[in-house]
Design a protein around this ligand. Structure first.
Ligand code: CA
Length: 504
């Protein structure tokens, strides 16, 4: 049943602000509880599970001994905005060396803050989102594509417990039903692909705080979710607030943005693959950058920029059909694969007055590090009933040596099957070792075509290989404690099968 609802109460006024009221929504309905759970109540969306999980988190928050304080010294609590583009590899940012893509706002953030040359994501969306939100390697909590297990605790939960107002806007794709984002600690949300999968760019369908909203007047999805974020920031400018912005751009379908010469506000469909091209991808990267600038400028205009830690990264490498000129050579996108083209991503952090300007660091970062870093910045506490793999890099942001990593780790299997096709590797800035023994010197073999032969492995390289092997062995030994075996098995037997949707 479709329930007509009053926009003023059901949808945040961000949807119909004075600036966009003339192109406001044309169709709104409350998301039905059925659409939240469909055939998959075993997994998520069940009231019982949500209640049980909330109780666990509340218990963790009140049982002092159960939680570990991350930061010992009193700290000023900054606002935090974490932006994560979708499918935009390291080679797509001007500050990283691109002259092909136009990213003036990101370049300005890099100049005002710190740029990371060795940040590594997972090869594809859901694995990265699981890891960045929970601070845990996929080996511990990854069930399958398109799902974050409801018993996981995210940086949303941690920051909310720390007293932050929390919001998530952009792309979700982690199931959970209308209550999912709130269960993961977010007070508010404006998302694409929560309980359904409509189009995302021109005339999109979104879900806003439990309400499905369909747009039909030429609106652009990335504008709408960033409008919501700007409004959230304005409403909570007294802080502290935490906003997680997993951006919709510049993921396929590659088609015109409102800034493109061929923009068509009447377009209702996602363009088919045969029409995708690099020109539009390039324009989408520029638009993503523009939205980064929109958030940055909002913080400036409100006078809270110096009290806000702003981080930009990306969930995985560029789509494989896009080859970009970069530092004098062509770089083919490698989304879905483990070499640099799939996992080497941009990261820029800006916090004027706290992060020294113009810094470039070689320190290793992986996606498990975000949660402890945000927790330390905000005085949050990490759950102690589970292993958190990340390491805070807040000291480095403050210009201190900190405790940088010697390695990063990746456990990757898109469908979650714990079989012989799982890829595991550990790496540092220059060397990368896979579980099967393949060992690469990345600066001379970025595509991982050759591998080091025994005669190329001197004592120095052998020591590195031994160190990386110890990392893999340790984490491999812990795989048996994966807590969601029963659910994963049921999922694969078809018990929890949901109708197939287009993979996005
Ligand atoms: Ca992605």
């Amino acid at each position: 049943m479709i329930e007509r609802v009053d926009l003023s109460s059901a949808v945040s006024n961000a949807v119909c602000t004075s600036s966009n009221a003339n192109r406001c929504v044309t169709s709104v309905r409350a998301a039905s509880p059925k659409s939240a759970t469909t055939s998959n109540t075993f997994w998520y969306g069940s009231l019982r599970e949500t209640t049980r999980r909330a109780a666990v988190i509340a218990l963790l928050a009140t049982a002092g001994g159960e939680m570990a304080s991350v930061g010992a010294a009193p700290i000023a609590r900054p606002n935090i905005v974490l932006m994560m583009a979708d499918d935009m590899g390291y080679e797509c940012v001007g500050a990283n060396g691109s002259t092909f893509y136009q990213t003036p706002h990101l370049d300005r953030l890099a100049r005002s803050g710190m740029r990371f040359e060795h940040c590594y994501s997972q090869p594809i969306c859901t694995p990265s989102r699981n890891q960045i939100m929970t601070g845990r390697y996929n080996t511990r909590n990854y069930v399958r594509f398109g799902l974050l297990h409801p018993r996981e605790i995210t940086f949303g939960n941690v920051m909310k417990q720390a007293g932050y107002r929390t919001c998530v806007v952009g792309k979700w794709q982690l199931k959970g039903g209308v209550n999912g984002p709130r269960g993961f600690g977010f007070d508010e949300y404006c998302l694409w692909q929560l309980t359904r999968r409509p189009t995302r760019y021109p005339n999109p369908g979104l879900e806003i705080n439990g309400t499905e909203v369909d747009y039909r007047k030429g609106e652009y999805g990335p504008d709408l979710v960033s409008d919501y974020l700007v409004d959230f920031i304005k409403r909570h400018q007294q802080g502290p607030f935490f906003a997680y912005y997993p951006m919709i751009l510049p993921h396929w379908p590659f088609q015109p943005t409102p800034d493109s010469a061929d923009w068509d506000p009447q377009e209702r469909k996602e363009w088919p693959r045969r029409k995708w091209n690099r020109k539009h991808f390039r324009e989408m990267v520029a638009y993503a950058d523009k939205l980064v600038g929109k958030v940055d400028n909002t913080l400036r205009e409100l006078g809270i920029r110096e009290n806000t830690l702003l981080i930009f990264t990306c969930d995985n490498g560029t789509y494989k059909g896009i080859t970009s000129p970069f530092r004098g050579k062509p770089v083919r996108g490698g989304k879905g694969s483990t070499p640099n083209a799939g996992t080497h991503v941009p990261m820029i952090a800006s916090w004027p007055g706290t992060i020294p300007s113009g810094g470039v660091t070689q320190d290793l970062i992986d996606f498990s590090d975000l949660l402890p870093t945000l927790a330390e910045a905000g005085g949050g506490q990490l759950p102690t009933d589970r292993k958190i793999d990340g390491r805070s890099f807040l000291p480095q942001l403050k210009g201190q040596p900190g405790n940088p990593r010697d390695w990063v780790f990746c456990w990757y299997q898109r469908n979650g099957k714990r079989d012989g096709n799982v890829k595991r590797f550990a790496r540092n800035q220059n060397y990368k070792l896979y579980h099967d023994g393949r060992f690469f010197h990345i600066p001379t073999d970025e595509l991982e075509k050759r591998g080091l032969t025994p005669d190329q492995i001197d004592t120095t390289r052998a020591a590195v290989r031994d160190q990386l092997k110890a990392v893999i062995d340790t984490l491999y030994a812990e795989e048996g404690s994966f807590p969601y075996k029963r659910e994963a098995a049921a999922d694969r037997s078809g018990k929890n099968k949901k109708k197939k949707k287009k993979n996005a």
